[in-house]
Design a binder for this molecule. Structure first.
Ligand SMILES: O=C(O)CCC(=O)C(=O)O
Ligand SMILES: [Fe+2]
Length: 236
C-alpha cells in the first residue's frame, strides 16, 4: 500500500481500497454537516479575492480555471468549543464546485484530526515521504460538488498550489469519479471508486496537471445539494 503505481506517471500511487464504504459514509456525513455550517456562516455575504497560482502550461491552454477566486474567511466552533478557521470558496472555478481550505493542524476540523490524519500520517511515514517523529503541518481541502444542469460538477485541469506541500493525497469518499492526469500528449485515466486514495508526489504532483470530470447526476432527487465530496490532504 499504496498498491498500484503507474509506470508512465512517476510519483503517482493509487490504493483503490484505502477506506471501507462504512468509513466513507461517516466521513461524508461529517463533511456535509460542515458544508451546511460553512454555507450558513457565509450566507451570501461579501467575499475577498485570492490569487491562485497556476503554472504557465496550465494557464496557456485556457483550461477554464481562472487565477482569481473569491472566498470568505470563516470561523467555526468544533467540539469542546475549539475554534477553527478556514477559507471558503462558495464557487471555485466552475459552477457547482465549492471548496474549503483548512491550513495548519490547529484549524483542522474534528473529523479530519480524529479520523483522517492519523492513518494518513502513518501511510506517508511508511512509504518514506516523511521521516518518523517529525511533526507535520497539515492542510485539508474539502471539495463539494453539486448538480449543475443534470451533471455533477468536476474540477478542471490544474496543478495543486505549491503551498499544499510536496505530496497531495485525494481521498474519494462519496461517489465514483473519473480522474485524469496529463503531461503533454500523455494522459492516464483512473476511475476512483469510493474509498480510493490517490497520492501525487514528485513529477506527477508538480509537472503533470490533473482534473476530475463532471459525471451524470442520478435520476430523481437527492438528500443534499452536494452530490460528491472529496477530501484532499497535504503536509509540510
Ligand atoms: O475532487 C477530486 O477528486 C480532486 C480534487 C483536487 O484535485 C484538488 O482538490 O486539488
Ligand atoms: Fe488537485
Amino acid at each position: 500500500m499504496p498498491r498500484h503505481r503507474f509506470d508512465h506517471v512517476p510519483g503517482l500511487f493509487f490504493d483503490p481500497q484505502y477506506r471501507t464504504a462504512e468509513q466513507c459514509s461517516h466521513l461524508v456525513r461529517r463533511s456535509l454537516e460542515l458544508y451546511d455550517r460553512l454555507e450558513s456562516a457565509t450566507g451570501g455575504g461579501p467575499l475577498e479575492q485570492a490569487h491562485i497560482p497556476q503554472p504557465a502550461y496550465v494557464r496557456s491552454e485556457k483550461h477554464n480555471l481562472p487565477s482569481e477566486e473569491h472566498f470568505a474567511r470563516v470561523a467555526l466552533t468544533e467540539s469542546n468549543g475549539r475554534g477553527i478557521r478556514c477559507e471558503y470558496f462558495p464557487r471555485y472555478g466552475e459552477d457547482g464546485h465549492a471548496l474549503a481550505y483548512f491550513q495548519r493542524n490547529a484549524n483542522l476540523p474534528d473529523f479530519a484530526a480524529d479520523d483522517l490524519v492519523p492513518g494518513v500520517r502513518e501511510l506517508v511515514e511508511r512509504e518514506g515521504f516523511a521521516p518518523p517523529d517529525q511533526e507535520l503541518t497539515w492542510k485539508l481541502t474539502m471539495n463539494f460538488y453539486k448538480r449543475v444542469g443534470g451533471r455533477i460538477a468536476g474540477f478542471p485541469f490544474h496543478v495543486d498550489i505549491p503551498a499544499n506541500g510536496v505530496v497531495t493525497m485525494i481521498l474519494n469518499v462519496h461517489r465514483e469519479a473519473l480522474f485524469q492526469i496529463a503531461k503533454g500528449d500523455v494522459r492516464a485515466d483512473i476511475v476512483l471508486p469510493v474509498g480510493a486514495l490517490l497520492l501525487l508526489s514528485g513529477e506527477s504532483r508538480y509537472e503533470w496537471k490533473h482534473r476530475v470530470l463532471p459525471t451524470d447526476a442520478p435520476a430523481g432527487g437527492s438528500d443534499h445539494a452536494v452530490e460528491r465530496v472529496s477530501l484532499v490532504l497535504g503536509f509540510q
